[in-house]
Design a protein around this ligand. Sequence first.
Ligand code: DAH
Length: 345
Amino acid sequence: MDKTQIEKILSEVRDLKCKTAKEVEDARVRLLGKKGEITALFDEFRTIAKEQKKEFGQQLNLLKNEAAQKIAELKAAASQDPASSKPSDDVTMPGDPFSLGSRHPVSIARQEIVTIFRKFGYDVAEGPEIEDDYHVFTALNFPENHPARDMQDTFFVSAGHLNPLLLRTHTSCVQVRAMENLPLPIRIICPGRVFRNEAISARAHCIFHQVEGLYIDKNVTFADLKQAILLFAREMFGPDTQIRMRPSYFPFTEPSAEVDVSCNICHGKGCNICKGTGWLEILGCGMVDPNVLKASGIDPAVYSGFAFGMGIERIAMLKWQVNDLRHYFENDMRFLHEFSRCVEV
Ligand code: DAH
């Protein structure tokens, strides 16, 4: 074994220059590969005399380590060189767009309704989704055999009981709990989820949302009801909105009415949204029936009040011209993103 040979390869390693990753790899093979120059020296080392091993062994190990380190350095430098085979990531590029979530349109509509009525001095009240028959029907003056109590409409939680538990079919039951528990006068709105045993279609769903309103005080009249609804409609659908009231029937109000707003698309001229009538139905309402006041311990000779109830999905459909209720439940991102720019009032 020849010392000058080791020194020659060492100086060659120290002077080694490579531009590309390929050149580095070629150098590695030439020096440290299976048939490389340094590997060959190690093969030769096995054959030398014992007394020479210590000296040559140290030198060979130094050479091998220095060569391996140099190759690693050259490799790292080559991979950062844009001229080298694979381009590295460009850290100055703009990042991937980051899309934020947004509120659900039903939440946006509910919040808008709540905000409008808060401005009128209404408080928000809530009640349980699993209610009993008494609060959903009996206290609201539903006759014993009224079809709304039928299994067809109502999801019962426990049947066969005198006062069975059920999933509330409307939020009107929250007004009963309010009349039982709150001091008079009462001015509340009750947003919440309701359940009905209905086939799912473009216009009906077994789960939806309502807002109930209730105002009870001395001398509350139908004119107050009409004014409250008119102001609400104008805040919700625009300042030019008109309302009309049609006589109707609900067990818990007398007299009762259904309210239409002038179509905010054709402005009364008639279009396919309002089916050519110029009007869109938005809610049911009326003066609280004296029987309902009495059931909750309020004297109808002293107090009177009005109530109203509306479907949130329906209000949202009319406001944003959504033609199928099912969109609200499918959570298709393309649909939800349509509302990401809606600002809550
Ligand atoms: N509870 C009724 C429904 O679910 C809506 C309603 C109508 C509520 C008239 C009222 C009202 O308070 O006065 O269809």
